[in-house]
Design a protein around this ligand. Structure first.
Ligand SMILES: [Fe+2]
Length: 407
């Protein structure tokens, strides 16, 4: 067999020999033995073929669109003895194209969601505690790393137990996946309570269900909280799937849902040395390809940005949102133990905290990351693995509830 042609990526594609290739009207209709067909456009093939537009070191297409050939310059298409696509261009140029890469595209595997688990909506009846994994070897075991990221993508929530309790671990773990999303709080920050607090930041006040940093055009995709020390009474964390909350509001309180998705607010942080601002609705569906973003942090919701006539219903909708977000039917509540590291989708999952007595010490370390870098790492981890993309299983000691993991 001849050497496989290079592909416009670094993915080790399986060789999937073509059965036939037929050129007509600038398209090459490809067919595989199992009956799969795919219409490949001539200029797209030119851009991505070794020997034409593909730059061999970067695997990027280096053909500026004005330098593309005419579709009619593609003179012939066929399949060689190895099953590769062979294209003959005017001027005598002949190129081979990897049939496994063509099949990968034909199967729809190029779209961003294809290598990631399907997000699964959950409520408090699905879980009695967060989906949980043993995190003691996560930096050394890519199977655990894969399952952790996949769980974060699927449920928007995953707890690791038995991680090292040094102050830098959460930063080390996130940096092991991709860049930390730095903010005006620094790359890694502390949530700390002290026996004699000198600031409200160090008190044990109840925190309602919220998402962090709605003051940003793109709030951080994931948030991580790592428990270093906890000897206080109370202070349980509460998580609810904001996706499920939003859908329940849509079904049960359609007027509130309309207000929450359409009426805009100005969000502004109140720091002495930072002034981030953004305008958006509480439930932000964004554009066609953008994920749900909940802008639900009341301490930085600055002012209604709407017709005064809409303000009464806007405030009423906030009350509905807060009550639904607090409803136990959507919630998972759990204590933080030293070594626990909880990650969650900061744009989808609502997090909050019960009040606690300030008689003990409580120290969490936290940081943020963007969705893209976690998705990227999972795709790379899965390049060389055959891994089922279905629901995940957890260690039996950590099964979330008698209902188990949603199918
Ligand atoms: Fe928060």
């Amino acid at each position: 067999m001849n050497a496989p042609p290079l592909t416009p990526d670094f993915i080790p594609h399986e060789w999937r020999p073509l059965a036939s290739a037929h050129l007509a009207d600038g398209f090459v209709t490809l067919e595989w033995a199992d009956g799969m067909t795919f219409a490949a456009y001539s200029l797209w093939l030119a851009e991505n073929a070794e020997g034409f537009g593909l730059e061999l070191l970067t695997r990027e297409s280096m053909l500026e669109p004005r330098d593309l050939p005419a579709p009619s310059d593609l003179m012939s298409a066929g399949v060689d003895d190895d099953g590769a696509l062979v294209l003959g261009w005017s001027g005598g140029r002949t190129v081979r194209v990897h049939p496994g890469w063509l099949r990968y595209v034909a199967d729809g595997a190029l779209v961003p969601s294809s290598a990631l688990p399907e997000p699964t909506m959950w409520t408090g009846t699905d879980f009695s505690e967060p989906p949980t994994l043993d995190g003691s070897r996560i930096l050394d075991d890519d199977d655990v790393l894969d399952q952790w990221i996949a769980t974060l993508v699927q449920y928007g929530l995953c707890r690791l137990t038995d991680t090292p309790t040094d102050l830098d671990f959460v930063g080390r773990l996130v940096a092991h996946v991709g860049p930390i999303r730095d903010t005006n709080f620094g790359p890694v920050w502390s949530v700390q309570s002290k026996p004699n607090p000198d600031s409200t930041a160090y008190t044990g006040l109840d925190l309602g269900q919220h998402t962090d940093l709605p003051t940003r055009e793109v709030p951080p995709g994931f948030q991580f909280l790592h428990c270093i020390e906890n000897s206080v009474q109370g202070g349980w964390s509460r998580m609810s799937d904001g996706w499920a909350v939003a859908e329940a509001i849509r079904a049960e309180h359609p007027d509130a849902y309309d207000a929450l998705t359409s009426l805009e607010w100005v969000f502004m942080n109140r720091a002495k040395d930072a002034e981030h601002r953004w305008i958006g609705p509480i439930i932000d569906h964004g554009g066609k390809r953008q994920p749900l973003t909940l802008r639900a942090f009341y301490p930085v919701r600055s002012a209604p940005h709407m017709d005064p006539a809409d303000m009464p219903r806007a405030y009423e909708s906030l009350r509905v949102f807060a009550e639904m977000a607090r409803d136990p039917r959507f919630q998972v509540a759990y204590p933080f133990r030293p070594g626990d590291l909880v990650g969650f989708d900061n744009r989808r999952i609502l997090h909050g905290r019960d009040a606690f007595e300030s008689g003990g010490a409580r120290l969490l370390r936290g940081c943020y990351a963007d969705h893209d870098d976690f998705y990227s790492r999972l795709r790379v981890l899965r390049r060389d693995r055959s891994r089922p993309a279905g629901p995940l299983s957890y260690a039996s000691t950590h099964l979330p509830s008698t209902q188990g993991v949603p199918a």
